[in-house]
Design a protein around this ligand. Sequence first.
Ligand code: ADP
Ligand code: ADP
Length: 236
Amino acid sequence: PEVVCLQGVCKSYGVGTPREVEVLHGIDLVLRRGEFCALIGPSGSGKSTMLNLIGLLDRPTAGTLFIEGHDTRRLDDAALTRLRGRSIGFVFQHHHLIGAFTAAENIMMPLLLDRSRPDAAMRRSAERLLDRVGLLPWKDSRVGNLSGGQQQRVAIARALAMSPALVLADEPTGNLDTKSADGVFDLLREMNRESRTTFLIVTHDPRLAQRCDRIVEVVDGRIVADGAVEEFRRIA
Ligand code: ADP
Ligand code: ADP
């Protein structure tokens, strides 16, 4: 099945109140295994709302959302949480790591919550991930002592800990200087090539969007453009 499939997805906030407002209007979108896709659009256009729906943090008010073939309407909240834990990794602009914990401990967190592996296996798995993101020498450093770029690498390693089918990244380089941003972006790209994980990356940076395989553009809650990067280059 497709990793992500939205059919006529709408989202309203304040349903049943006088302030009810629809911010996504009939979104159709399919993301296939291994796609590396940018999500762009002006502030307030609905990108975060889309990411929250696809990330199973919120539910559509109309339409259908499938994640790895599961019709999410048929799943209760507990089942959604399990599906999210299994299938989706998150990378945020503010990394949401725990500063007082070491890099390895931060990465083991999703594994600890999952409780499917013994301690030694978790530690090995965390070290393998840190090695992949180039941070093995920092495995026992407190995350609070690492640079912004290093912290974001830890966040990427953590997002990949459960070998998810999909990684959702919201402005993953938003806090970084150009050089660190390039490094973090290169790493996302590399992880995508190695693991065939699907990536959906919200970015304001046209330079980074151009380096994705596909760009989806939302304006006022509708997809207004969707295509391979080459087509966007011709328009730009
Ligand atoms: P973007 O991520 O593209 O900046 P958002 O998805 O955050 O856009 O927001 C889309 C629209 O939905 C905006 O008009 C925003 O004000 C509104 N919105 C977002 N979250 C909420 C909420 N929890 N309640 C009411 N309106 C919201
Ligand atoms: P961004 O543009 O970076 O996505 P926003 O400033 O639009 O961030 O939104 C930040 C948070 O505030 C989001 O979690 C969103 O759900 C919430 N939010 C945005 N607009 C509204 C709104 N009009 N009412 C309530 N919550 C909102």
